[in-house]
Ligand binder design. Sequence first.
Ligand code: SF4
Ligand code: SF4
Length: 163
Amino acid sequence: MFKKTGIASNKMIEKLLPSAERRKKGPYAIFECFQEIPCNPCFTSCRVGAVEAFEDINHIPKVHHEKCSGCGLCVSACPGLACFVIDETYSDTEVLIKIPYEFLPLPKTGETVNGLDREGNIVTEVKVIKVQNNKKLDNTNVITIAVPKKFMLDVRNIQVGRE
Ligand code: SF4
Ligand code: SF4
């Protein structure tokens, strides 16, 4: 369940992962969204029908991973910053993670920054692979980072401008 801070535990996140077979096929979305709230941009932003239609807008969203292309539109659209895309096929040692990023300045492609956990603690260094500025669309910017595989469940934010 939630830790004292209300932050999702890794056990909760593990339950969101697709099958081992699907994980080997390429990027997939996970929604770290555990509370019933009236919200559905993850559903409305998905162009391939990979998010189950909500019977009730308060329901918790569900991804159909076989349909998900890992495009990241939901990452940019989610007001709760709860959508991420993970690509475990990137390399033998690193995964790619698309994260929503609301701060300025934006990082630069190729820059090494601190990878943070959900509570803002520094976990490890990560490399910025892509910076997608979505502010013209009034959506959240999306940063793609390369993260050491062992920290795949931990890193969900970055710190730009390290000391
Ligand atoms: S990553 Fe793209 S395809 Fe997958 S659920 Fe999100 S919007 Fe749909
Ligand atoms: S858009 Fe984000 S916060 Fe809203 S229901 Fe979907 S995953 Fe949860």
